[in-house]
Write a protein that binds this ligand. Structure first.
Ligand code: 2AM
Length: 180
C-alpha cells in the first residue's frame, strides 16, 4: 500500500518566507521548510495498481499554469483547542479549477469523492496545548503576511512515509501545467 497525496510545490523563496513565520508559540511543532506545500487532495492508502491508475489519470489533466499568492495566517480548531496554524492563499479561480480537475480524475480512478470543501492552506505548525494568548498574538503579529506571486507550473504526486520522526514526503512524479 502507498499513502499518497497531490500537492503544489512552493518555491524556495516562498518556503523561506513561510519558515520565517515560525516561532513564538509554545507547544507548536513547526513544519520543516522542505516539507511546506499546498495539498490539493489527500488520497490516503491505496494499493500499487490503483496508484498506477492515479498516476495515469493525473498525467491526463490539462490545466493552465497560474500565479499563486500567499495571503494571511489562520488557525484550525477552537480558540481553546487550536490544532493547526496555517498560511492562506489568495482566492484564485485557477486554483479552484485545478483542484476540481484533480478531484474528478481521482474519482474516475475509483476513489470516494472528497466530502469536505476544499480549504487551501499551508500547514505551518501543529499545536499541542498552545496558550490561547500566544496564538492570538501570533495571528495578529502575522496577520498582514503576504508572499508571491509564484507561478504554479506543475502539480506533484507525493508518497508519505510515516515514521517516528514525523512524515517524510517523497515526490513520485510531477505533472506539468500548460504554459499560459
Ligand atoms: P494538513 O497539512 O492540513 O494536515 C500530507 O499528510 C498532506 O495531506 C498534508 O498537507 C495534510 O494536510 C493533507 N491531508 C489532508 N487530509 C489528511 C488526512 N486525513 N490525513 C493526513 N493528511 C491529510
Amino acid at each position: 500500500m502507498l499513502r499518497l497525496f497531490v500537492a503544489i510545490d512552493l518555491t524556495e523563496e516562498l518556503r523561506q518566507r513561510l519558515a520565517g513565520l515560525a516561532g513564538g508559540v509554545p507547544g507548536a511543532r513547526w513544519t520543516e521548510s522542505d516539507n511546506l506545500h499546498l495539498t490539493l487532495r489527500f488520497i490516503g492508502e491505496v494499493p500499487e495498481d490503483q496508484a498506477m491508475d492515479i498516476d495515469a489519470a493525473l498525467a491526463e489533466i490539462r490545466a493552465p499554469a497560474f500565479p499563486l499568492t500567499l495571503d494571511g495566517v489562520g488557525v484550525y480548531g477552537s480558540a481553546r483547542r487550536a490544532r493547526v496554524l496555517w498560511a492562506g492563499v489568495e482566492r484564485s479561480e485557477a486554483l479552484a479549477h485545478l483542484q476540481a480537475k484533480v478531484e474528478s480524475a481521482l474519482v474516475r480512478c475509483g476513489l470516494p469523492a472528497e466530502e469536505r470543501k476544499f480549504s487551501p492552506h499551508i500547514t505551518l505548525a501543529r499545536l499541542k496545548d498552545a496558550p490561547a494568548d500566544r496564538i492570538g498574538r501570533f495571528l495578529s503579529d502575522r496577520g498582514l503576511f503576504r508572499a508571491g506571486p509564484m507561478s504554479v507550473e506543475h502539480v506533484t504526486l507525493y508518497r508519505s512515509h510515516l515514521g517516528n520522526g514525523g512524515a517524510v514526503y517523497e515526490a513520485l512524479r510531477e505533472y506539468p501545467l500548460a504554459e499560459s
